[in-house]
Ligand binder design. Structure first.
Ligand code: HEC
Ligand code: HEC
Length: 383
């Protein structure tokens, strides 16, 4: 595991070099002349393994473009990413970092749009519990997180960027005094990363589904049935939370709200192995909410996008499911039969889940296959 991680990190570093362009200025086609854009600078920061304490971990190590910007080394039995320091683990499964630039800032849902029994009072934000208001604030976290990139201080990260091969790019984008003030420089590092995360390289919109929306792909019968079910607001109800629209940009497969969908405990999560009283309360423990709302938000997590979901196993905040088939069974049967853990078996479970009805969504075997086939056309790279 440890060796594999170092191997991946080196691989990522090589990709960064390979894509950096041949010329001194590092810009494709225009060596030495064009000023790098903020997103190009952000790309270099995102792939730089030197920005971790062991020089072995970049953002891209846990958010690998080849794995839908999620971690290639995790599975149901090893569901959380290892940090720059070997043996250090967080307690959540790394989600995709793609398409996150479309998530609105964290905030309260307008009062008239709140439906108290199922919905959360909050929406948007970054992390599965919304504790970072936006991508810039999010990007400031991993560098200093001891179970992630583990730098001692903002100054240490800024110093590494100042001594990097792309230091001149940073000055070109942020000005001659870009490194003079640590707080400003650290903020600008995060700003550049957020610009990369908002770029077309990350948010490709090149899946079969996007081609379908553009009239350039005909779904197979199974994919089409899956899509119809996905949108059916009365039976499968998927799109009630995983939003689909008429255009690609309206189809981010999330309404950016928070729900408790009865995700069971992952007994293989290191946090649970260390302490079997461990419970991830999600938004309910987020520093971003009012203390008086904690009980009502217990066990709720942000609706994830399903773009590239075929590539991002395992699934859910704790990586409890290995396959999309298992996820669909969760919605169809598990929650309805309360095959869930004390962790989530409380009043907060979303009404859509039919929890405890013992009826479930009433899907047939073919329906479940169709839903999975549909989700597999959300993978970028078709055109
Ligand atoms: C050790 C693995 C690891 C590294 C390194 C890492 N991340 Fe993450 N990332 C995670 C995990 C785990 C989460 C979910 C954490 C949570 O919700 O508490 C996450 C969440 C995110 C999110 C929020 C996604 C969403 O839907 O809310 C973004 C964006 C992101 N990371 C970007 C980055 C950037 C930028 C860097 C580098 C500065 C980075 N990550 C470094 C593991 C990692
Ligand atoms: C009430 C809102 C809601 C409905 C309805 C809903 N989902 Fe979800 N979905 C969520 C939330 C919230 C999560 C994240 C839960 C967690 O991390 O524990 C999620 C997670 C997922 C995941 C895992 C994604 C990942 O990256 O880990 C998949 C796949 C998924 N849902 C597919 C579906 C399908 C298919 C349907 C319809 C059968 C559906 N969802 C219906 C809210 C919903």
């Amino acid at each position: 595991m440890r060796i594999g991680r170092v191997g991946i990190a080196i691989g990522v570093a090589m990709v960064a070099v390979a894509c950096g362009g041949g010329g001194g200025g590092g810009d494709d086609g225009n060596p030495g002349t064009a000023t790098p854009t903020m997103a190009e600078l952000g790309r270099k920061l995102f792939f730089d393994t030197n920005l971790s304490s062991g020089s072995n971990q970049a953002c891209a190590t846990c958010h690998d473009p080849d794995k839908g910007f999620a971690d290639p080394l995790v599975s149901v039995t090893a569901p959380v990413s290892e940090g720059s320091v070997g043996g250090a683990f967080g307690n959540r499964n790394a989600p995709t970092s793609a398409y996150t630039s479309f998530t609105p800032q964290f905030g309260e849902v307008a009062a008239q749009d709140q439906t108290p029994e199922t919905d959360s009072k909050y929406q948007g934000g970054q992390f599965l519990d919304g504790r970072a208001i936006d991508l810039v604030e999010q990007a400031k976290g991993p560098f200093l997180n001891p179970v992630e990139m583990n730098n001692a201080s903002e100054a240490e990260v800024v110093g590494k960027v100042q001594n990097s091969s792309y230091s001149a790019d940073f000055i070109a984008v942020f000005g001659a005094d870009a490194f003079n003030d640590t707080t400003t420089a650290y903020h600008n590092i995060a700003t550049a990363i957020a610009a990369f995360e908002a770029s077309a390289e990350v948010n490709k919109f090149t899946s079969k589904f996007d081609a379908f929306l553009a009239g350039q792909y005909t779904m197979t019968p199974s994919e089409q049935r899956g899509f119809d079910l996905f949108k059916d607001a009365e039976t499968a109800k998927c799109a009630n939370c995983h939003t689909v629209g008429d255009t690609s940009e309206e189809s981010l497969f999330s309404n950016f709200r928070y729900y408790n969908i009865g995700t069971p405990t992952n007994l293989q999560n290191p946090a649970y192995i260390a302490d079997n009283a461990f419970v991830d309360e999600g938004l309910g423990k987020s520093a971003a909410i009012d203390a008086s709302d904690q009980a009502a938000e217990r066990g709720k997590f942000k609706v994830p996008t399903l773009r590239n979901v075929e590539l991002t196993a395992p699934y859910m905040h704790n990586g409890v499911y290995e396959t999309l088939e298992e996820v669909v069974l969760h919605y169809d049967i598990q929650v309805a039969n309360l095959f869930i853990t004390p962790e989530v078996n409380d009043a907060n479970i979303a009404a859509e889940m039919n929890a405890g009805t013992f009826v479930g969504l009433g899907l047939s075997d073919q329906d479940r296959i169709d839903l999975v086939d549909f989700m597999k056309i959300l993978t970028d790279g078709f055109f």
